[in-house]
Design a protein around this ligand. Structure first.
Ligand SMILES: Cc1cc2nc3c(=O)[nH]c(=O)nc-3n(C[C@H](O)[C@H](O)[C@H](O)COP(=O)(O)OP(=O)(O)OC[C@H]3O[C@@H](n4cnc5c(N)ncnc54)[C@H](O)[C@@H]3O)c2cc1C
Length: 302
């Protein structure tokens, strides 16, 4: 079984920052990434609040982060961490992927978040499953299509602006009277005729529109006791919120994470911490802080 000083779950901004800091300080590090390097940022249309790098798309920022990782030759294994268990007897984390096992003294969990599901998803007709998404990046090549985005927060508005730039006809639908997004996003959306907003609507049903191939969706909407339909929807994005991803912790390790955290063996970094301040710079800061705390603990022990 391979061993490193530190294992990091997730190669988003938090995991990458921690890995670079630790490598610079001379620690052996393995980062696991189940999808692509960069994390959630790959969906971001334009990042304007990352110091020194204004008006970058998420993908441009990821390319810069990757160059930085490559410069320090950080080892990223492109596999999903399926289970993490803390072995008290060895004082080591045992990290399992579908094909291998690894161990480490320290663990940094930088696994970000998963999208929340909509109740509607339990009953989506099987022919429509391929047109329902939780992120915008799979639709980067989409042109001249009718897209419905369910959600009223920053991500929903960012996705709408992104898709409207490629001549798609976009509708944002949410079940509240007010949106919860940045005023800047709302003003941009209101200025774009390709985007419509349906506020305060509930979706009561979703079916395949008859005789359409590839499949299209028809949704039944309720508002103020009345019913309307939205027809011939080509793609749907559900962006109604996100929850921390920590499903890979064994029940035993999940029950003692507070003790492991207090003993400075396990660290949480970035969006997985579950706060409302989910931002790239904060995730990077968390990653660097975890790395510095590991270094401090090692110095105290030696
Ligand atoms: C549309 C949109 C626009 C945004 N715009 C901005 C913005 O303008 N400014 C800003 O600062 N932030 C923005 N953000 C937020 C920013 O993307 C996140 O705060 C940031 O990516 C969080 O980094 P992270 O490393 O904590 O998590 P993530 O980026 O989510 O990375 C976590 C990584 O862990 C991996 N992972 C999870 N589980 C496992 C496992 N079991 N095994 C292996 N790998 C695993 C995931 O695949 C993922 O790559 C935006 C986000 C979105 C969606």
């Amino acid at each position: 079984m391979s061993e490193s000083n530190v294992i990091i779950v997730g190669a988003g901004p938090a995991g990458m920052s921690a890995a670079i800091q630790l490598t610079r300080m001379g620690y052996s590090v393995i980062v696991f990434e189940k999808a692509v390097i960069g994390g959630l940022l790959k969906n971001a249309r334009q990042i304007d609040n990352y110091l020194g790098l204004r008006a970058q798309s998420g993908k441009q920022l990821i390319d810069k982060f990757k160059e930085h990782l490559e410069h320090y030759q950080v080892l990223v294994i492109r596999e999903k961490v399926s289970l993490v268990n803390y072995e008290e007897t060895e004082a080591r984390f045992i990290v399992q992927t579908p094909t291998q096992q690894f161990k480490s003294k320290y663990l940094i969990i930088a696994s970000g978040t998963n999208a929340l599901s909509h109740d509607l998803e339990k009953q989506i007709p099987k022919e429509l499953r391929g047109i329902v998404h939780h992120e915008v990046h799979p639709l980067s090549q989409l042109r001249n299509e009718k897209v419905l985005i369910i959600g009223g927060g920053d991500a929903a508005f960012d996705y709408a602006l992104n898709l409207s730039e490629n001549q798609n006809d976009v509708t944002i639908l949410h079940n509240t009277t007010q949106q919860r997004c940045l005023a800047e996003f709302k003003n941009q959306v209101l200025a774009r005729p390709e985007i419509s907003i349906l506020a305060d609507y509930e979706i009561s049903d979703m079916q395949a529109t008859p005789e359409t191939m590839p499949p299209e969706a028809t949704l039944v909407l309720q508002k103020d006791g009345g019913t309307t339909t939205l027809e011939n929807i080509n793609q749907i994005i559900i962006a109604i919120g996100r929850i921390p991803e920590k499903s890979f912790l064994s029940p035993d390790t999940a029950s003692k994470w507070e003790k492991l955290e207090k003993n400075k063996l396990l660290f949480w970094a970035g969006d997985v911490k579950g706060g409302r301040n989910r931002q790239t710079a904060i995730a990077c800061g968390d990653g660097i802080k975890a790395a510095l705390e590991i270094d401090r603990k090692e110095s105290e022990n030696n």
